[in-house]
Design a protein around this ligand. Structure first.
Ligand code: FES
Ligand SMILES: [Fe+2]
Length: 389
């Protein structure tokens, strides 16, 4: 088997990756290690409105608890008991006055401090057994954490995403719906697919009539950091991130006469942001993407579960005071991004099936795939930097 170094040497810039990147367990293990040290979106602030509310988030073998403290702050802690290591919260969400380990009932305050441990010997120091805290940032109504202790800085990303969130009132949104699409493919094929609209015309006729992005020339390759303060557009997408987390906020035109991503192009929920004939795509790090229309928002969470198993969680946001059945119909709200995600699952899995073949050779990117080209080059460069290859 080729070494990772050989595999990297076999990659030709401007082309898809060699087969091993999409199939090998050892590459996947390194991918997860890379991803654990980055920022990833775990949800929206409206999921944790009261002290004691918690959610969990997973990546690779890691699990984190995100909890609303008694002091009103959100915190993230490793979901690993300081006694003998059991996971503490096993559900995806809940509410509790204290966090209690299900194994031997050690209990923790909402800020992660050990509260009680039964029958411990003399000299046991509770203060040395608090839950390990993880970096957390709340930006524009979104919650980001890192599973690593020293993630990249957010100096450019934070103001860009905060402005994006403010423009569409995301800090005051609520979740209308969430759905998971389990894709039998490597996470990189899922993200490569997300970053280009070359496939939109053949695979997404519904999306394509609504968005200019599906047409040639709508998007060009950007090199170096770029900030357009007029629209809060910002692009710092690599290939190298120089210690900064990568970010993109990209305003994109809707088709003539359209104001939202819906069956007839008209709004399907109460207004959240400007009606200027555009939507805005945003991203942070490797695994988190966002899309804002004037009347609803979408969070995309890409979760690598295994070398050939990726979960795509899609979360729909509406204005906090919008009432289902009165202000919006759920079926109309989720129509576009459900139908699009189902189609993406199909084409990504079909892509993976072909990539497994002995006849697979990485082919060149088209002029309509600059985002995927950038994504792949950044991945390659960051892998090289992390492993000094
Ligand atoms: S492992 Fe948690 S109390 Fe024992
Ligand atoms: Fe797609």
């Amino acid at each position: 088997m080729d070494s990772l170094e050989d595999l990297l040497a076999a990659h030709s810039p401007g082309h898809a990756l060699p087969q091993g990147f999409y199939l090998r367990e050892d590459v996947f293990a390194r991918d997860v290690d890379l991803l654990l040290n980055r920022w990833t979106c775990v949800g929206h602030v409206s999921e944790l409105p009261r002290p004691g509310d918690w959610i969990t988030a997973e990546l690779g073998v890691e699990s984190a608890i995100i909890v609303h403290g008694d002091d009103g702050d959100l915190r993230a802690v490793a979901n690993v008991c300081r006694h003998r290591g059991s996971r503490i919260c096993v559900a995806t969400r809940g509410s509790a006055a204290v966090l209690v380990c299900p194994y031997h009932a050690w209990s923790y305050h909402l800020d992660g401090r050990l509260r009680a441990a039964r029958e411990m010997p003399a000299g046991f120091d509770p203060s040395a057994h608090h839950l390990k805290s993880l970096p957390l940032r709340e930006i524009g109504g979104l919650i980001f954490i890192s599973f690593g202790v020293d993630p990249p800085d957010l100096n450019l990303a934070e103001p860009a995403l905060a402005a994006f969130g403010a423009r569409y009132a995301w800090p005051h949104a609520k979740i209308a719906h969430r759905a998971s699409y389990t894709v039998a493919a490597n996470w990189k094929l899922a993200l490569e697919n997300y970053h280009e609209c070359y496939h939109c015309a053949p695979a997404h006729p519904e999306f394509s009539v609504l968005h200019a992005l599906s047409r040639p020339g709508a998007r060009t390759l950007v090199t170096g950091p770029r900030v357009d303060a007029r629209y809060t557009d910002c692009e710092d997408w690599g290939p190298t991130s120089n210690g900064r987390e990568v970010v993109r906020v990209m305003r994109s035109a809707l088709s003539e006469g359209c104001e939202s991503g819906s069956a007839d192009g008209q709004s399907v929920a109460p207004v959240m942001g400007p009606s200027d004939g555009h939507c805005v795509f945003a991203e942070l790090g490797f695994l988190s993407a966002f899309l804002a229309y004037r009347d609803y928002g979408v969070i995309y969470r890409f979760i690598p579960r295994g070398v050939l198993n990726t979960e795509i969680e899609v979360i729909w946001l509406v204005a906090a005071d919008a009432v289902e059945g009165q202000d919006y119909e759920l079926a109309r709200l989720i129509w576009l991004w459900d139908i699009t995600s189902v189609a993406d699952k199909r084409i990504i899995e079909t892509n993976q099936a072909g990539v497994r073949s002995r006849h697979y050779t990485p082919g060149p990117f088209s002029l309509m795939e600059p985002g995927t080209r950038d994504y792949v080059e950044r991945y390659v460069q960051e892998l090289k930097a992390r492993y000094e290859l």
